[in-house]
Design a protein around this ligand. Structure first.
Ligand code: SAM
Length: 312
């Protein structure tokens, strides 16, 4: 069936069937979640070619290699958050903006962060057009949360993280809930974390399959670059290592730097290609008192460096 043949009333019918057959029938019991998913026009959040399948029981592509989650997963995650009319919610992984709209139907204020600029922009425009004035879309690395607006009553992460990022649990109020898929490409588990006065309590919910959370507290980016450099000249005793660390941190580049016994400096830079390249260029000059006479740089596979260290 082409999207043209599938008019609004038929979308409405499919949406009702989705709520009853895929959600209520499978145990989603929170009437506010069922009502919200009965209202949000999911077909507007997916592109033309797959619009006809918007209310099917499956995830769908939304561009930039990303997906909109299966309706049941959106409902289950939302239900686990136990939202109230005045809840402040953070979503990590805006994608199409669909889950943000569902959250906004129930909660007071929703902040949602998306790594891909095109997806963030598209979701921002659509949510605005649909009148979701209580959703705020931000572009950036949501694995660090959004400290500016913290604390949150609830946090939902819609991409799979290697672990539970402390930067996110730190942004929950005491009594707050976080839902997050944890794992690698396979073997992911959805976890519910509650922040209690005496610490975090974690519950295993179900097996799932999400795209990876990519960022400082997530998985390393496939686009990330790792370069090993060897620097020759008057490069020791001239603040080379400290200056390199400062320059790396300024550019969000991870890795390390050290002095070699033969008088050279060795460093490894890992991160977004533009930042790594800029740092290699900086090393060719070095800090003020250095005299660099040669630099060799070789690429290697990224290893998931965290932070930037000066080695002894
Ligand atoms: N909730 C979305 C929806 O309703 O359409 C589906 C989200 S999709 C399964 C996961 C999203 O997380 C992708 O759009 C991906 O680009 C995004 N993502 C991955 N790592 C991220 C990060 N560190 N910060 C923000 N977004 C991230």
């Amino acid at each position: 069936m082409s999207p043209e043949e599938f008019d609004d009333s038929r979308f409405e019918r499919s949406r009702r069937q989705m709520v009853e057959g895929q959600l209520r029938h499978r145990g989603i019991a929170d009437e506010r979640v069922l009502a919200a998913m009965g209202r949000v026009p999911r077909h507007l959040f997916v592109g033309g070619p797959v619009r006809w399948a918007a209310y099917e029981d499956e995830p769908l592509p939304i561009g930039s290699g990303q997906t909109i989650s299966q309706p049941y997963m959106v409902a289950r995650m939302t239900e686990l958050l136990e939202l109230e009319r005045d809840s402040r919610v953070l979503e990590v992984g805006t994608g199409s903006g669909y889950q943000a709209a569902v959250l906004a139907e129930i909660a007071g204020e929703v902040w949602t962060v998306e790594r891909h600029p095109e997806l963030a922009e598209r979701a921002r425009r659509l949510l605005e057009d649909l009148g979701y004035h209580n959703v705020h879309v931000e572009q950036g690395d949501g694995s660090m949360g959004l400290p500016r607006q913290a604390p949150y009553d609830a946090i939902v992460v819609t991409a799979a993280s290697p672990g539970v990022p402390p930067s996110l649990t730190d942004q929950l109020v005491v009594g707050g809930r976080m839902v997050i898929p944890v794992g690698g490409q396979v073997n992911q588990r959805l976890r519910l974390i509650r922040r209690r006065p005496d610490g975090l309590r974690e519950t295993d919910v179900l097996g799932c399959r999400f795209v990876p959370l990519i960022g400082a507290q997530g998985h390393p980016s496939a686009e990330s670059r790792r370069v090993r450099v060897l620097v020759e000249g008057r490069v020791q005793g001239v603040w080379f290592r400290e200056s390199t660390r400062e320059e790396a941190e300024r550019r969000g580049v991870r890795g390390w730097v050290r002095n070699l016994a033969d008088g050279r400096v060795e460093a490894v830079f890992e991160g977004e290609p533009a930042g790594v390249d800029a740092l290699v260029e900086w090393v060719r000059r070095g800090p003020e008192r250095a005299v660099v006479t040669g630099v060799t740089a070789s690429s290697e596979p990224p290893q998931g460096e965290r932070g930037f260290r000066v080695k002894g």
